[in-house]
Design a protein around this ligand. Structure first.
Ligand SMILES: NC(=O)c1ccc[n+]([C@@H]2O[C@H](COP(=O)([O-])OP(=O)(O)OC[C@H]3O[C@@H](n4cnc5c(N)ncnc54)[C@H](O)[C@@H]3O)[C@@H](O)[C@H]2O)c1
Length: 337
């Protein structure tokens, strides 16, 4: 399967390495407006370089295009790629607005191409273990959940590129960082019913929020609290999700939500729980999530099925972020669509 990458910045390196690690995949083309950024990909992977996406998509041998440009450009590029009949892996967030997202979904449906959104945290061993616990209903009826992302992104991070921290092309901590955790909450707890949120830009010189605190009521009746920030001194402090149920309590946590920090399940002995925790600890990252997303796309094409993380999943996570933003702006409880 032949892959191409558009946007050769920070995250593109992970895509290229993941493609290299998959025996069935090859990176054949890259595209960036800045020619120097493409050199390593030409030298290391033998990819062909293009400054314009319009030229790159004419390369017939490309099967899948991975979109790694600033978030505000995902939609216009995805539309072009879909029209060329190539499948798409798009970085998160799927787009910046619901209108842009619908433009992508419409183009991929009309041209009958597959679309996957990069929410790689779903493939971490601990995230999958929690999904298994939820799917087997081991916690019983859930009362509430807590989601924390207290991280550090210094001013130098935002000053790396003009698009960072802008409302049009990036968003703040919710859209850029915590969207992964909101995606996990939706995966575990189902559709949200209503949202209330407050946000602020406290310590970074950016247009969007650097701290956000919100509440979600899910359709199931479960309540959740979300706290996200990029203001923590001096480095990333915590990323966690805790779910409280009538028959169990689970916390995935650590600095990057890689570990099972707490697990109590009715009828399960401590020794078994310790073993589950230990197993995850021995390989907390597992196979890198980007590789899993790309492997899954290859299988989705071969088996003609939907990818594991669909465009609709990307839209749900974005809609939740948008509901938080709307609530913070209007100071009102927002009903989720
Ligand atoms: N899944 C994750 O864990 C993760 C992590 C980081 C970033 N991201 C996402 O990846 C995307 C890119 O982030 P980044 O940190 O790599 O940004 P970046 O600024 O480092 O790279 C973006 C690249 O896109 C190029 N570009 C811009 N417009 C283009 C165009 N029209 N055609 C071709 N190239 C173009 C730029 O020159 C730049 O090299 C964002 O959507 C971001 O949210 C995801």
């Amino acid at each position: 399967m032949n892959f191409a990458i558009v946007g050769c910045g920070f995250i593109a390196k992970k895509h290229a390495e993941a493609i290299k690690n998959i025996p069935d995949a090859r990176l054949v083309a890259v595209c960036d407006r800045v020619p120097e950024l493409m050199k390593p990909y030409v030298e290391k992977y033998g990819a062909q370089a293009f400054e314009e996406i319009e030229e790159m998509i004419n390369v017939e041998s490309i099967d899948v295009v991975n979109i790694c440009t600033p978030s505000g450009k995902h939609a216009s590029i995805a539309e072009l790629v879909a029209k060329s009949g190539k499948h798409i892996i798009v970085e998160k967030p799927i787009a910046m607005t619901i209108e842009q997202t619908d433009q992508i979904l419409e183009a991929t449906n009309r041209n009958n191409v597959k679309l996957a959104v990069v929410h790689p945290n779903r493939f971490r061993p601990v995230s999958m273990k929690l999904k298994e616990i939820m799917d087997k209903n081991l916690l019983g009826k859930i009362s509430h959940a807590l989601c924390l992302v207290n991280w550090n992104r210094g001013q130098d991070y935002y000053d790396q590129a003009q698009w960072r921290g802008t409302k049009q092309h990036d968003g703040g901590v919710l859209m850029n960082q915590a969207i992964h955790n909101l995606d996990l909450l939706l995966w575990y707890l189902g559709n949200p019913l209503e949202v209330f949120s407050m946000e602020a830009t406290r310590l970074r010189n950016i247009e969007a929020e650097d701290v956000s605190i919100g509440l979600i009521r899910f359709e199931s009746g479960v309540l959740a609290t979300v706290q996200a920030s990029t203001t923590v001194y001096p480095k990333n402090y915590e990323e966690s999700i805790t779910i409280f149920g009538e028959k169990g309590t689970v916390k995935i946590g650590g600095t990057n939500a890689l570990y099972l920090e707490h697990l109590a399940l009715e009828g399960i002995e401590d020794s078994k729980i310790d073993q589950i925790k230990k197993d995850i600890k021995t390989d907390p990252w597992g196979t890198p999530g980007h590789q899993k997303i790309i492997e899954d796309m290859i299988l989705a094409i071969r088996e003609d099925r939907e990818p594991a993380v669909t465009g609709e999943d990307g839209k749900k996570a974005l809609s939740l972020v948008q509901a938080f933003y709307k609530s913070a702006k209007t100071n009102e409880l927002i009903k989720s669509q």
